[in-house]
Design a binder for this molecule. Sequence first.
Ligand SMILES: C[S@@+](CC[C@H](N)C(=O)[O-])C[C@H]1O[C@@H](n2cnc3c(N)ncnc32)[C@H](O)[C@@H]1O
Length: 224
Amino acid sequence: MDSSSSFKTLSYDDARGVYNLIGAGQDTQAFYEDVATGKVIAHGDFASAESVFEFGCGTGRFGRMLLAEHLPETATYRGVDLSTTMIELAKNKVAEFGGRAEIALSEGGPPSYEPRAAFDRFVSNYVFDLLSEADIAAVISEAHRMLRSGGLLCLSSLSSGHGLISNAVISVWSFLHYLNPRLVAGCRPIEILPFLNDELWEVHYHEAVTPFGLPSEVVVAERL
Ligand SMILES: C[S@@+](CC[C@H](N)C(=O)[O-])C[C@H]1O[C@@H](n2cnc3c(N)ncnc32)[C@H](O)[C@@H]1O
């Protein structure tokens, strides 16, 4: 389907091991991730959201930011992650928001256990680039089921390069992934758009960004 097909992805157990080890260190990636996640916030219309789901919530930094600065005071947030370390960090990070915020441990598979049409935003930042192609497709299918009509799918991920410097940087990154995916925390470049069926999703926003030469893409698509 895309250039990600040649990469071997981590098993759920291996991904859990990596992120249990990295824990709070994940937030040091903010120096480049915040450029893409800032665009997710700018184009995800969170000011009108009522219920947000985040797949792979990490330390809860993004969820906390949404609750503190971008969501209406009545809006709720639910984040899931497969790492027990991340879950503990995320619970602490959003504790001050009481019943508005829920954090739950997942076993790593697509969120088929979540209710239908219960959310109006489905967010996932820098998680799809860890998943197999089959899981990316399955998570997007679950997102369609979980979102109400008109809800927004808000994604950011590592992507292939779009220029001399980012092509060079991502080639080195991809080589490290080839040697051992753990060297780059399991993440490899992917393209999101080929996974979005245009009969089910209308892409509102798509942009490639390359902070520090690291290529990422941002997609916001409406559930039809
Ligand atoms: C690169 S980190 C990104 C964390 C956070 N979204 C952020 O942007 O800071 C990837 C996160 O996805 C989680 N993760 C990886 N594979 C997952 C899966 N199959 N299901 C749920 N979470 C997963 C990891 O535990 C980790 O917290």
